[in-house]
Design a protein around this ligand. Structure first.
Ligand SMILES: Nc1ncnc2c1ncn2[C@@H]1O[C@H](COP(=O)(O)OP(=O)(O)OP(=O)(O)O)[C@@H](O)[C@H]1O
Ligand SMILES: [Mg+2]
Length: 260
């Protein structure tokens, strides 16, 4: 059995089957991309993989443990963390504080202890600051640690979201359209950063993206969704040439760049 085993995953909203029989076996350290036109069901898969939605049918097994029915914080504790399609940062907090808050929220059982500032606590605070800076450094944000999140350029905000997710030390990182709305140079930075994160943090990555050109060089495998169904899967080379994929993208008015 693979590290993450998703079997026959489906979810229905009223009459709409938003995700229909989705299957994925993810190995440790693998980078799999999910692509597909708007409304294909990509984000809904992430919502099921983080406990926000409970699938109508199917199973999610992480490291041999059934995850269906667990709460979002339990998914996070077990090591699945995501970023959001629409950036969610504390915009009036500093870059460093955004990362720290992620740590505190993830370890909220210690909140009561945080109120009493023992010497041990102060030591762990120093340690936490060190980790935050180290993380920001790896993501190229260390020199902006004291900026307010809202004052960061858009590309940096996306990287800060990833830094926050990494602060919870995930085993599987879910990235929902990390380059949406980016300009070309930012996109190139992200294309370097994602494989580097996978190496440096020893995580498996599932990446949702419209931009074919971004996904193709970095993904081991690609799954293509359309109207909830998996219409193609395989290596980037295979998927790119699959007539069904070309049809789905061209039919949806997409170019190779994923722009409508
Ligand atoms: N809570 C919900 N209630 C009803 N319908 C929903 C709900 N969440 C998602 N859907 C529907 O499920 C379908 C898949 O949506 P989803 O957000 O997963 O698409 P997506 O592939 O992420 O699209 P995009 O590329 O635009 O982000 C859409 O038709 C959407 O309207
Ligand atoms: Mg989406």
């Amino acid at each position: 059995m693979s590290f993450l085993e998703i079997t026959n995953l489906s979810i229905r909203f009223g009459g709409l089957v938003a995700v229909d029989d989705f299957n994925l076996s993810l190995e440790k350290g693998e980078l799999v991309a999910i692509i597909g036109p708007n409304g294909a069901g990509k984000t809904t898969i992430f919502n099921m993989l983080t406990g926000i939605y409970k699938p109508t049918t199917g199973s999610i097994v992480l490291d041999g443990e059934n995850m269906v029915g667990l709460k979002p914080y339990q998914f996070a504790r077990k090591g699945i963390t995501r970023t959001f399609q629409n950036i969610r940062l504390f915009s009036n907090a500093t870059v460093a504080d955004n990362v720290k808050i992620a740590h505190t929220m993830h370890n909220n059982q210690n909140l009561a202890k945080c109120m009493i500032r023992t010497p041990g606590m102060r030591k762990s605070e120093v340690e936490l600051d060190r980790r935050v800076i180290e993380l920001l450094d790896k993501l190229g944000l260390a020199d902006k640690a004291d900026f307010l999140a809202k004052n960061l350029p858009y590309g940096d905000q996306r990287r800060l979201e990833i830094a926050r997710a990494l602060m919870t030390e995930p085993k599987i990182l879910l990235l929902d359209e990390p380059v949406a709305g980016m300009i070309t140079t930012e996109l190139e930075d992200m294309a370097r950063l994602v494989p580097q994160i996978r190496r440096d943090f020893d995580v498996s990555i599932i990446l949702i993206e419209h931009h074919m050109n971004f996904v193709m060089p970095i993904a081991d495998r690609i799954k293509v969704l359309d109207f909830g169904k998996t219409i193609s899967e395989g290596t980037p080379e295979y998927v790119q040439k699959d007539p069904k994929v070309i049809e789905a993208y061209l039919g949806g008015g997409y170019t190779q760049n994923g722009t409508a």
